[in-house]
Design a protein around this ligand. Structure first.
Ligand SMILES: [Zn+2]
Length: 89
């Protein structure tokens, strides 16, 4: 986490349009920092969040792919209802 020395806002990672190098930019003022080491750490954490998103999407896709028969679906729905009822009482 890097903060703007001018206004203390959290710096956002961005890329220099010309060089493609990572930059830290303040969203509130025009302060820009080209600290590559810090920017790299930002990119790494960004990649991790992308990976988590990919995993979630993968699970969602798998659930869609996983063909449940209508009987099993009804059974699961019934179990779900029962678990809610037992939770309430
Ligand atoms: Zn600032």
């Amino acid at each position: 986490m890097e903060f703007c020395p001018k206004c203390d806002s959290l710096l956002h990672i961005t890329k220099d349009k010309k060089s493609g190098k990572p930059l830290l930019k303040c969203p509130d003022c025009e302060y820009v920092e080209s600290n590559e080491k810090v920017a790299e750490s930002y990119i790494i954490s960004d990649e991790i969040s992308h990976t988590e998103k990919d995993i979630i999407e993968m699970i969602e896709v798998r659930e869609e792919d996983h063909v449940l028969s209508s009987d099993i679906r009804e059974e699961l729905t019934e179990q779900f209802r029962e678990s809610i009822e037992s939770f309430e009482f």
